[in-house]
Design a protein. Structure first.
Length: 80
């Protein structure tokens, strides 16, 4: 998978989002398998966890504010 984080939208305003290219196949022990399902719920939670922890590492003073996002966005960060 390849992912790119964008911080602005079309109007040059703040619009944090990710573009992701997800393959339809994966290789496990030299065997090609087709991925029939992409778990968006799991991906939203992982993206949220990774991003919040990264923000905490860059600005520890706001840790409480960032951790509150887990409660405010209990389903993870939205993925379009």
């Amino acid at each position: 998978m390849i992912g790119v984080v964008h911080t602005v939208g079309k109007n040059i305003g703040v619009n944090l989002h990710v573009h992701a290219l997800v393959p339809e196949m994966k290789i496990i022990w030299n065997e090609v398998k087709v991925m029939e399902f992409f778990d968006y719920k799991y991906f939203r939670k992982v993206w949220q966890y990774k991003l919040i922890n990264y923000m905490i590492s860059k600005n520890p003073k706001k840790k409480a504010e960032y951790l509150k996002m887990f409660k405010d966005y209990s389903n993870g960060f939205y993925i379009k």
